[in-house]
Ligand binder design. Structure first.
Ligand code: NAD
Length: 404
């Protein structure tokens, strides 16, 4: 029988983390005994448990350890990490440690060291005394890549649980009853972020334009609540279509009726922008003087329109090189405090994949299955709201007292 001792610290009882860890151990056919446990008496105090796990062989324990690390447990008496040089570009040595999106530390040089640029599905490379989360495609020959998981400690949000209004709503997908509460909570969160100079990034789909939410979102940007804008070709195309022709997907934005010849308005909008060379140039020429993209560019917030195979045009600003677009997205969300995901499954999932778990995310979509999927992507700080996105944005701007 082989055994190791793991330590788990944090809000073990109220978050259900301890039972999750013990269930995982049993499900994976290991045995355990709790050697020591101290339980926090007040909600602010954290708990600590030392759990010894047993298996027939060492390999079985090593197989289960990464799953326990994902839950914030770490090996007692951690050893210095094993770093193996990569043999070629875009390739990690066998046995590389695959990262989670939680705040992470690695044990090396006999101390715990923080890992930079945390994101899921990456590797950790050591550069002198820095430990950097890196996509496999960005690994270069000779980079020292961390192998094995016995020197890793992760901090899922349940370990670092904060008691604020947001935490109260976390991991809930709001029903109709709690919709007003959810809008209030987002408005309150945005006010606080703005006051303390935090960063909020919006991920925006074209449905925001179709549902009449663009003016409310533009008002949020104008009022300084948004510090980054992520989307695709369509949101910009339909925004231009609305500004130039008063339609979105050919439907009149005032009376909701299809317009004669409206089906080609989006192509005329793309062509009109192409005539200037870019959206920015159309603004500078005075041809585009309102709308969502106008506000994004005028407010000088960083933005990226990531291309897709569905795109018409695309507009000159749309980034069709996917690696480049992913890089720009990652740069815009770097260090942000909150992400508002507005009715785009594609770009929200893409953003979620590169977001650390401590960033607050709010997902608004009319399809409950999409909301659940987005709110449940390894982030412990996600709130899902099932709603028409136009109604949501107008309610939010109203709560913030914005005029538009
Ligand atoms: N003309 C074009 O160039 C064009 C047109 C459409 C899409 N695209 C591109 O295709 C890609 C995917 O597009 P996408 O992000 O729109 O599609 P998506 O399927 O990823 O997401 C659309 C989401 O909107 C939700 N939704 C629908 N109606 C809603 C409402 N009233 N309120 C709230 N949510 C609602 C859906 O449930 C869905 O989850 C993007 O890159 C986009 O730019 C391009």
């Amino acid at each position: 029988m082989k055994d190791i001792c793991i330590i788990s610290e944090g809000h073990l009882i109220d978050s259900g983390l301890l039972s999750e860890i013990l269930n995982l151990i049993l499900e994976d056919s290991l045995e355990y005994i709790i050697e020591k446990i101290s339980i926090g008496k007040t909600p602010g105090e954290s708990s600590r448990a030392e759990i010894r796990i047993f298996a027939e062989d060492e390999a079985h324990i090593r197989e289960v350890l990464p799953k326990l690390i994902r839950l914030g447990a770490y090996e007692k008496g951690a050893v210095n990490g094993r770093y193996v040089p990569s043999g070629r570009d875009a390739h990690a040595p066998e046995g590389f440690y695959s990262t989670t999106n939680h705040r992470t530390e690695v044990y090396d040089r006999d101390i715990w060291n923080p890992v930079e640029d945390m994101r899921m599905d990456a590797v950790i490379i050591r550069k002198e005394e820095r430990y950097i989360c890196t996509k496999i495609r960005d690994v270069r020959k000779g980079d020292e890549v961390l192998c094995g998981s016995d020197s890793v400690r992760a901090y899922p949000p349940a370990v670092e649980k904060k008691d604020d209004g947001f935490a109260f709503m976390t991991n809930e997908v709001s029903s109709e009853r709690s919709y007003d509460v959810a809008v209030d909570m987002v408005a309150e969160e945005l006010k606080q972020l703005k006051e303390k100079g935090g960063r909020m990034v919006v991920v925006c789909g074209p449905v925001v334009i179709h549902t009449g939410g663009a003016a409310a979102l533009a008002a949020l940007i104008r009022a300084g609540y948004v510090q980054g804008f992520l989307g695709g070709n369509a949101v910009a195309v339909h925004d231009m279509e609305t500004v130039y022709y008063g339609t979105s997907l050919g439907v009149d934005m005032k009376n909701g009726k299809p317009t004669h010849g409206g089906h080609n308005h989006h192509m005329r909008a793309i062509n009109r922008i192409n005539g200037y060379g870019s959206i920015r140039a159309a603004i500078e020429a005075g041809d585009l003087s309102e709308g969502l993209m106008y506000q994004v560019i005028k407010s000088d917030i960083p933005f990226c329109l990531a291309g897709s195979i569905r795109d018409d045009g695309p507009l000159p600003e749309t980034v069709m090189d996917m690696i480049e677009a992913q890089g720009q997205y990652a740069e815009i969300i770097r260090g942000c405090d909150m992400i508002l995901m507005l009715s785009t499954m594609l770009h929200s999932i893409g953003t979620g994949n590169m977001t650390p778990s401590w960033v607050k995310t709010v997902c608004i979509d009319i399809n409950p299955a999409v909301v659940t999927k987005l709110a449940d992507r390894g982030s412990g700080q996600a709130v899902g709201i099932v709603s028409d996105v136009g109604l949501f944005l107008n309610a939010l701007a109203g709560r913030l007292g914005l005029e538009y």
